[in-house]
Design a protein around this ligand. Structure first.
Ligand code: NAD
Ligand code: ZN
Length: 361
């Protein structure tokens, strides 16, 4: 088992990565919450069907366990499901001595964290993430649900008590979700150093063949990069915004495609290529962009933006980005791998980068 300690201004906690982690989780709860009244598992229904029975069976040997099953993925992050989860807690006598366990991907982490942060003014929660992408969402303490007018519009900063990755769960991830998660690992490499990026390019050849040693190494390094940034800036007042690398154009592509039609990570991959092109043009980045594009295309990322999604559609989306200043999109670009900076980019330059993205497909 591997372990990283995350330090933030409001809390210090450990992220553990290994196999057969449930007994480890029981030991952690015994030590950290000796008086816990109940465990309240908030789970993605699909994930629970695959892995939940064994998980709650082991916990039930020691604890009183109540399980709330939310619809899979992004559907969990609605006001209606949030209310339903609170109803479930109240009617099952979840009290202030309970501990919430998020069991699923990033969406469940966001829902369960938000429920925990507001239930009776806040009860503790821990994460058992089941996707690779959740190496990103499980660290940093952002929890949220969606509003019909925007994703993650209602939320808080609320840190977990601990995070336990069980690699056994990742074996059932569909290929599209493996690629989605790896995109954020690749993003963390761009924000870190060339050696990490090169290691990924040398060793990641197929989303269908992931060995535990390689996956553990990727999760550890990605978590370390994110952990170092949030340690310095928990509430995104400055450098935490670098984690948005690839997300300005990426979010615009994701939302124009209709949420659920393209994974978050694949959209971010397109956004990173867009930002790398701009970085070469305006920040003197030296990088083999074509070699990178060939590699990610060979892995199975679909980089094609359908022609009905126009630059103007995407530009409207980019202007909505939280980093925008006076309605002008601001981008995270790289002057070198591991050296991000923020930059305003003119609409003409954005149009040029958009043409580049469309031409290589
Ligand atoms: P997800 O939670 O939506 O899960 C994606 C799909 O994979 C779902 O259909 C789910 O049922 C399935 N799944 C999950 N684990 C599985 C497993 N082990 N085997 C088989 N299927 C499995 O997706 P995600 O990509 O993990 O997370 C995306 C969410 O995370 C978004 O809502 C995003 O906003 C959020 N996010 C939050 C932060 C943060 O800092 N809070 C950061 C990044 C992303
Ligand atoms: Zn992301």
């Amino acid at each position: 088992m591997k372990q990283i300690t995350i330090h933030t201004a409001s809390k210090t906690y450990d992220v553990k990565i290994g196999v057969e982690m449930t007994n480890e989780i029981v030991s952690f709860i015994k030590k950290s919450f000796p008086q816990v009244s109940k465990l309240w598992i908030i789970a993605d229904k699909e994930v629970y069907n695959l892995h939940g029975t064994a998980f709650s069976e082991i916990l039930s040997r020691t604890y009183d366990v109540t399980t709330y099953l939310a619809p899979k993925g992004e559907q969990a992050k609605s006001f209606a499901i949030y209310e339903d989860a609170i109803n479930h807690g109240l009617s099952n006598h979840i009290d202030r001595g309970a501990l919430v366990i998020a069991f699923g991907g990033g969406a469940i982490g966001d829902l369960a964290g938000f429920v925990a942060s507001t239930y009776m003014r806040g009860i503790p929660f821990m994460g058992v993430p089941t996707t690779i992408l959740a190496h990103d969402s499980a660290v940093g303490g952002k929890v949220a649900i969606n509003h019909p007018l925007g994703k993650n519009m209602v939320g808080q900063f609320y840190q977990p008590e601990g995070v336990f990755f069980d690699l056994d769960y990742m074996t059932t991830l569909p290929k599209t979700e493996v690629l989605s998660g790896f995109s954020e690992v690749i993003k963390h490499a761009f924000l870190s150093d060339r050696a990490f990026l090169q290691e990924l390019m040398d060793n990641f050849h197929s989303p269908e063949q992931l060995d535990h040693v390689f996956l553990t190494d990727c999760l550890m390094k990605g978590i370390r990069v994110k952990g170092n940034i949030v340690a310095k800036d928990e509430r995104e007042s400055n450098i935490r915004a670098f984690l948005n690398f690839g997300h300005t154009y990426g979010h615009a592509v994701e939302s124009a495609s209709g949420y659920g039609n393209r994974t978050h990570g694949e959209s971010v991959m397109i956004g990173m290529i867009f930002a790398l092109y701009l970085s070469e043009q305006y920040c003197d980045l030296t990088f083999d962009l074509q070699g990178f594009i060939d590699w990610v295309a060979s892995l199975g990322y679909n980089l094609n933006i359908p022609s009905h999604i126009t630059f103007d559609n995407l530009y409207e989306g980019m202007k909505l980005d939280k980093k925008s200043q006076h309605g002008n999109p601001v981008f995270v670009l790289l002057k070198d791998i591991g050296k991000p900076l923020m930059m305003k980019v003119s609409v003409e330059d954005l149009r040029r980068a958009d043409q580049f993205i469309r031409v290589f497909n």
